[in-house]
Design a protein around this ligand. Structure first.
Ligand code: CS2
Length: 498
């Protein structure tokens, strides 16, 4: 098959093979600046927006993608060369692939090269939304203190180098200052990360920074910027070389970085956009008054479920989520964690069917075509556990209710952090706190409790006797008998509350 590089010039060549943008991309104005153009953004907001541009014949709401970090050069260069175009490959439940070329990213900027260009773009009048996928760790939140982490050297850098910032907080502050100077009114800052009350968190963290770096901006931001909360969902594994070659072999599209994802997608958003918004509700997003129930359910069940499968699966020697999600013992464990420890804390949520949600998750995790990497799931666990698992533990402890399964997962994580799986194979740990985790994991071999001393992750959990007891018991059992046997034992001891 003849193959062509994906770019504007060649776009028409693919039109008989896959869906391509039929709208005039040159006429689209940038209404959204998006920071963090990873796989998730490209499988989610950029897709919703692409469908919207298709259906509605509108010219606003194009996306300018910003690559914020030094190591984002690859995505910047790729999308730049491809005129912002990329292929979204949906791996359907029957194993077939649905390909769509997405055109909603109409501009790309690389922040480290020219910070002012990014700031000016964020401060241009046609931009109404700055959206973010900067990962859980990007919010610079300290679990122990509950506060913004001013000790981060990059934050210190931004405070003293306001016009050449490195963090999102520095960029947003400068951009908002410029908007104020220009007399521009409102703008929305929209988080698309997996954080409970992600909009509130963004505001709280930004305001902490602004209070120190530009206190004169506080009242302007309070009046002119809105921060909607949202629940975002779509499993988006890391693109593999096989994904890239399959695409080119089956369609002729030579795309250096397509995105692969599951068929399911969900976006539940609080309707709080001070400067207007795209009508994403016409293309499947849900606008609601209160997103809290949706967020809680998703974070404590889906994301936590992922972490449970990831950590246990890694120790068992699996490499993909579907493999471990098809291990009966592990799914029995996961289901009883969901039922005994998570469901009680979600009991007040209105209008949700937890059982149906749990079933759908197990089906999504078990999809054998997705091949979501355990390495991806376990990466940055130090930022994920405080959001996905710790709230469940803390809420259960408050009620003197069961935390056995959660404690088991934390113990498994401590053992995982030693860097070897059950068969002695080295684990590929990717975590901003890797060294701390490893050091504490080594100390924990003498006394498991040491692992809980990482306050920026666990807060005051080490002071809870019921938790420490359950965790220590689980740790010692796993250290002696291995994860496989202990999961079975946990299952036979679990009293499932139906
Ligand atoms: C995953 C998420 O990063 C993780 O640990 O749980 O990326 C998950 O796949 C998405 O939130 C799904 O919406």
């Amino acid at each position: 098959m003849t193959t062509y590089k994906l770019n504007n010039l060649n776009l028409d060549k693919f039109k008989d093979k896959v869906a391509i943008p039929k709208y005039n991309r040159n006429a689209i104005k940038t209404g959204i600046v998006h920071v963090g153009v990873g796989g998730f953004h490209r499988a989610h907001e950029a897709l919703y927006t692409d469908i919207l541009l298709h259906n509605n014949n509108i010219t606003e709401w194009g996306i300018c993608g910003v690559a914020l970090l030094d190591f984002d050069t690859k995505i910047y260069n790729t999308l730049k060369e491809q005129d912002g175009l990329y292929t979204l490959v949906v791996k359907e439940l029957d194993g077939s692939l649905t390909n769509r070329i997405i055109g909603s990213i109409t501009e790309m900027l690389y922040a480290p090269e020219n910070p002012m260009k990014v700031i000016k773009k964020m401060a241009s009048p046609e931009v109404k939304i700055i959206s973010l996928t900067i990962t859980e760790g990007g919010y610079n939140y300290n679990e122990a203190t509950g506060e913004f982490n001013f000790k981060n050297p990059l934050i210190q850098h931004d405070i003293t180098n306001a016009t050449s910032p490195k963090t999102i907080f520095g960029y947003l502050t400068q951009a908002l200052k410029l908007r104020k100077e220009k007399g521009l009114n409102g703008i929305t800052i929209q988080s698309c990360d997996n954080i409970q009350a992600n909009g509130d968190m963004t505001k709280r963290m930004l305001m902490s920074y602004v209070n120190v770096a530009a206190p004169e901006m506080v009242s302007w931001i309070n009046t002119n910027v809105s921060f909607p909360n949202a629940m975002v969902d779509r499993i988006t594994p890391v693109t593999s070389s096989v994904d890239i070659s399959t695409l080119v072999e089956t369609t002729g599209i030579n795309d250096a970085w397509p995105v692969v994802c599951e068929p399911f997608k969900q976006w539940v958003i609080e309707d709080n956009f001070i400067a207007g918004r795209p009508s994403w509700e016409t293309v499947g997003a849900q606008f609601v008054e209160d997103v809290e129930p949706f967020e809680k359910m998703k974070l404590q069940l889906l994301n936590a479920g992922h972490s449970v499968l990831g950590i246990l699966g890694a120790l068992l020697g699996y490499t993909t989520i579907d493999e471990v999600a098809n291990n009966k013992d592990v799914t029995t464990f996961l289901r009883s964690y969901m039922r005994n420890e998570v469901a009680p804390i979600l009991k007040d949520l209105k209008g949700v069917n937890l059982q149906a949600y749990e079933d759908s998750l197990l089906e999504r995790f078990g999809n054998i075509y997705i091949k979501d990497q355990i390495d991806r799931i376990c990466s940055e666990s130090s930022a994920k556990f405080p959001i996905f698992i710790l709230p469940t533990i803390n809420a259960q402890l408050k009620e003197n209710a069961s935390i056995k399964q959660a404690a088991f997962v934390v113990a498994a994580w401590a053992i995982y952090s030693l860097g070897k799986d059950e068969n002695g194979k080295t684990l590929n740990i990717k975590d901003a706190l890797k060294e701390v985790l490893q050091n504490k994991a080594i100390e924990a071999q003498d006394n498991p409790k040491y692992f809980l001393e990482i306050e920026s992750i666990f807060g005051k959990l080490k002071d809870s006797k019921p938790f420490v007891d359950a965790y220590t018991k689980a740790y010692n059992a796993i250290a002696i008998s291995g994860i496989k046997k202990c999961v079975k034992e946990m299952n036979s001891n679990a009293i499932n509350k139906e």
